[in-house]
Design a protein around this ligand. Structure first.
Ligand code: ADP
Ligand code: MG
Length: 677
C-alpha cells in the first residue's frame, strides 16, 4: 500500500513552514500559542504517526479538544495536501463556515484561498484551496461529479456521532472508495466515547482517543416539570446574571423563532434591571445568521459584562464557545420525524436524549468548574429520556437519499452497507413516491426527469416542481418560489408595536387569496422592481437578509436550469399554470377541508390545519397543497396553495385516481359555483 511515511517525516517533526509565517506578527504568535494549549496538541505527533500507519482511523475527543480546527492543519503541515485536498465534513452549515474562518485566521490566510468552505448555495473555495470544510451534503454532491474523489488525499467525516442522513450515507460510500484507493486516508471523528460502532463498521479500524479536560459540572434540576420552558429559561438566565459569579451563559433553544423571541424578552427585561447590574450581552446563533453576527459569539466578553449565547443544537458539539460557565438546558430540540406508515414528515420539538443532555452539560465545564440548569426533573431525566438519539436515517423520509443513490448509480439499495439499515418500508415509500414524481421508471431506473431533479440542491419535491416548470413555461416564477421557500420561514416579520402595519403589508401580497406560494413570488418581484431596495423591505416588514439570500439562491437555480437545459420562461399572469407546476411537485401533500376548519390529508388520512401565518388561514379553500407540516400545538400545514382536485388526477395519475378526489360537495352544486371554479 502507498503509505507515505518517509516522505513526510521532516514536516511531521517540526511543522516549519507554518512557524515561519506565524512569526510575522504578534497577533499570530498569540494564536499559535493558543493552538498549543489545546488538548490535542500533545498528541500531534502520535496522531500523525497513526494516520501514517493506518488507512482508516476513528478519532474520539471531547468537544473543544481541537479535532475540527487542528487536525486538518496538522495534516497540511505534515505535507498531505501536496497530493490532494483535505476535506472535512460538518453536519451544519454554520459550523462549516465558522470553523473555516477560524482556521484561515490561524493560518494567516484569506478565507476562500488555502482554506475554504462549501455549503449549499455557497462555494467559498478557489483552485488554491487545500483545506476544505463543507457540509456532509456537499461532499455527497461531489461524488456525482468525481466518483473516486480523486482530488482529495484525506477525508475527515467530522461530528460522526451526529449521525445525520448524509453522513451515514458517506460512511458507506467512503468505505467503498477506500478499498479502491489505498492512497486515500479516512478519518472518522466523534465527540462521543463509544466509538466501537464506528470501528466495527470500518473493519475494526483503530480508535485514536484524545484525552480531554473536563471540570466538574454541578447539575441542577427543577423540582416540578416546567409548563413553559422558554419562560423558565429566561428567568433562569436572569437569576444567574443577577446572583452568580462572572462567567458566560449558554442557553439551548430549538430554533430561530424561539431564539428571536428569547432575545427580545431578555432585552426588555434587562432594561428594567437598572445600571447596578452588569451588562448582559445577548448573542443569538442559528443556521442562517450572517457571518458578522456569528463572529460576535466568539469575541471575548468585556470585563465586567456577561454574555448569554442563545443557541440551537449547534452548540452541543459542533461549535466550541469559550468562556461558558453556565448552561441552561430546557431539554428539547427540533427534529424531523417521519412516519413510514403515512409517509408523512414533520418538524417536531422533541425531548433530547440523555447523551445530548450530558453533552450540553459538558459545555459549561471546559475551562473551569461549571453549572448546568436542567429545566426538567431528575425523574424525567432518569425515566423519560432515551439513552441516545435515533439516527436520522431511521426517522426521515428517504426521498432524497434514494434519489441521490440512484444518481450515483447505486441501484441495489438493499445491499448498500449502512451502519444502521433504514427501515425497508421507508425505502419502499421513497421508491413509490419517486416513481409517482416520474423520477424513476417501472424498473426503478432514473428517468430523464429524475436526472434533472438530482442536479438541484433542493428537496426532491421542490426539484420536481422546478423541472416541471419547463412544461408549464413558468421557470422564472417557479425558481423564485423555490428560492423563497428555501430561505425558510423568515421572510415576513412583525414587530410587536407595529403589528397592524406589518399585518396590512403582508395582506397586500395575498390579495385575491392567491395562496402563500404566489404571495412569496409577489414579494420577490415587488422587491426586484424597486431594484432590490433595502428601504422597501423596511417599509413592508420584510427581512432584507432573507431576501438577499433568496436572490443568491435564485441566481444559482437559474444557473442550474441552464445546466439541465430548461429554458427561462415567464408566465406571470397564468396563475393556474404556476399552481399546476407547484402541484406537480407537491401533489403528495394534498389536503381536503373537513368540518371546523380541519383538513384531512388525501393519501393517508390525517387531521391537519392551515398554519395561522398562512394567507389562507381564514379563507380555508376546499383543496390545498402544502409545503411542509409542522407540529406545534397542532399539526399545521405551512405554505399553502389552493388547487383543483382534477389537477391531481391529471398530474399524478399513478398516485391519485378519480375516486380519491371524488368530492360529494362538488356534486351537489353546479360546477364553477363553488370556491373552486
Ligand atoms: P473540537 O472539534 O474538538 O470540538 P475545535 O477544533 O472546534 O474543537 O475547537 C478548538 C478550540 O478552537 C476551541 O476551544 C476554541 O477556543 C477555538 N475555536 C474554534 N472555533 C473558533 C472560532 N470560530 N473563533 C474563535 N475560536 C474558535
Ligand atoms: Mg469539532
Amino acid at each position: 500500500s502507498v503509505m507515505a511515511g518517509e516522505e513526510f517525516d521532516d514536516n511531521v517533526l517540526n511543522g516549519k513552514s507554518h512557524d515561519n509565517a506565524a512569526a510575522k506578527s504578534a497577533a499570530s504568535d498569540k494564536i499559535q500559542e493558543e493552538r498549543k494549549t489545546l488538548p490535542i496538541y500533545q498528541y500531534r505527533d502520535a496522531f500523525l504517526q497513526a494516520v501514517n500507519d493506518y488507512q482508516v482511523l476513528i478519532i474520539v475527543g471531547e468537544t473543544g479538544s481541537g479535532k475540527t480546527t487542528q487536525i486538518p492543519q496538522y495534516l497540511h503541515e505534515a505535507g498531505y495536501t501536496k497530493r490532494g485536498k483535505v476535506g472535512c465534513t460538518q453536519p451544519r452549515r454554520v459550523a462549516a463556515m465558522s470553523v473555516a474562518a477560524r482556521v484561515a485566521k490561524e493560518m494567516g490566510v484569506k478565507l476562500g484561498h488555502e482554506v475554504g468552505y462549501s455549503i449549499r448555495f455557497e462555494d467559498c473555495t478557489s483552485e488554491n484551496t487545500v483545506l476544505k470544510y463543507m457540509t456532509d451534503g456537499m461532499l455527497l454532491k461531489e461524488f456525482t461529479d468525481e466518483p473516486d474523489l480523486a482530488s482529495y488525499s484525506i477525508l475527515m467525516l467530522d461530528e460522526a456521532h451526529e449521525r445525520t442522513l448524509p453522513t451515514d450515507l458517506l460512511f458507506g460510500l467512503v468505505k467503498d472508495i477506500a478499498r479502491l484507493r489505498p492512497d486515500l486516508k479516512v478519518l472518522i471523528s466523534s465527540a462521543t466515547l463509544d466509538a466501537e460502532k464506528f470501528s466495527d463498521f470500518f473493519d475494526s479500524a483503530p480508535v485514536f482517543k484524545i484525552p480531554g479536560r473536563r471540570f466538574p459540572v454541578e447539575i441542577h434540576y427543577t423540582l416540578a416539570p416546567e409548563a413553559d420552558y422558554m419562560d423558565a429559561a429566561i428567568v433562569t438566565a436572569l437569576q444567574i446574571h443577577t446572583r452568580e459569579p462572572p462567567g458566560d451563559i449558554l442557553m439551548f433553544l430549538t430554533g430561530q423563532d424561539e431564539i428571536e423571541t428569547a432575545e427580545e424578552i431578555l432585552k426588555q427585561r434587562t432594561r428594567g434591571l437598572g445600571n447596578k447590574i452588569a451588562e448582559l450581552i445577548i448573542c443569538p446563533i442559528y443556521a442562517i445568521l450572517p457571518t458578522e453576527l456569528q463572529a460576535k459569539i466568539f469575541e471575548p466578553t468585556p470585563h465586567g459584562a456577561r454574555k448569554v449565547v442563545l443557541a440551537t443544537n449547534i452548540a452541543e458539539t459542533s461549535l466550541t464557545i469559550d468562556g461558558i460557565k453556565y448552561v441552561i438546558d430546557p431539554g428539547f430540540c427540533k427534529i424531523k420525524s417521519y412516519s413510514a406508515k403515512t409517509g408523512m414528515e414533520s418538524l417536531q420539538v422533541t425531548p433530547i436524549s440523555k447523551a445530548s443532555a450530558n453533552q450540553r452539560a459538558g459545555r459549561s465545564g471546559r475551562t473551569g468548574p461549571g453549572k448546568c440548569f436542567r429545566l426538567y426533573t431528575a425523574f424525567n431525566f432518569q425515566h423519560d429520556l432515551d439513552d441516545n438519539s435515533v439516527p436520522e436515517i431511521q426517522r426521515t423520509n428517504l426521498l432524497n437519499v434514494v434519489l441521490t443513490m440512484k444518481n450515483l448509480g447505486i441501484n441495489n439499495l438493499i445491499n448498500f452497507e449502512f451502519m444502521d439499515q433504514p427501515p425497508s418500508e421507508a425505502i419502499l415509500k421513497a421508491l413509490e413516491l419517486l416513481f409517482a414524481l416520474s423520477a424513476l421508471d417501472k424498473k426503478g431506473h432514473l428517468t430523464k426527469v429524475g436526472k434533472r431533479m438530482a442536479e438541484f440542491p433542493l428537496d426532491p419535491m421542490l426539484s420536481k416542481m422546478v423541472v416541471a416548470s419547463d412544461k408549464y413555461k413558468c421557470s422564472e416564477e417557479i425558481i423564485t418560489i423555490a428560492a423563497m421557500l428555501s430561505v425558510g420561514n423568515a421572510i415576513f416579520y412583525c414587530p410587536k408595536d407595529k403589528r397592524v402595519l406589518a399585518e396590512n403589508a403582508k395582506i397586500s401580497f395575498h390579495e385575491g387569496n392567491v395562496g402563500d406560494h404566489i404571495a412569496l413570488l409577489r414579494v420577490y418581484n415587488s422587491w426586484k422592481e424597486t431594484n432590490f431596495s433595502t428601504q422597501w423591505c423596511y417599509e413592508n416588514y420584510i427581512q432584507v437578509r432573507s431576501m438577499k439570500r433568496a436572490r443568491d439562491i435564485r441566481d444559482q437555480l437559474e444557473g442550474l436550469l441552464e445546466k439541465v437545459g430548461i429554458e427561462l420562461t415567464s408566465n406571470p399572469n397564468d396563475l393556474d399554470a404556476i399552481k399546476k407546476c407547484i402541484t406537480s411537485g407537491f401533489f403528495p401533500h394534498t389536503a381536503r377541508l373537513q368540518k371546523n376548519g380541519a383538513y384531512t390529508t388525501l393519501k393517508h388520512p390525517q387531521t391537519v390545519y392551515v398554519h395561522p401565518s398562512s394567507g389562507l388561514a381564514e379563507v380555508l379553500p376546499r383543496w390545498v397543497v402544502y409545503h411542509e407540516l409542522v407540529l406545534t400545538s397542532k399539526e399545521y400545514m405551512r405554505q399553502v396553495t389552493e388547487v383543483k382536485p382534477e389537477w391531481l388526477v391529471e398530474i399524478a395519475p399513478h398516485y391519485y385516481q378519480m375516486k380519491d378526489v371524488d368530492d360529494p360537495a362538488l356534486k351537489k352544486m353546479p360546477r364553477g359555483k363553488g370556491r373552486i371554479g
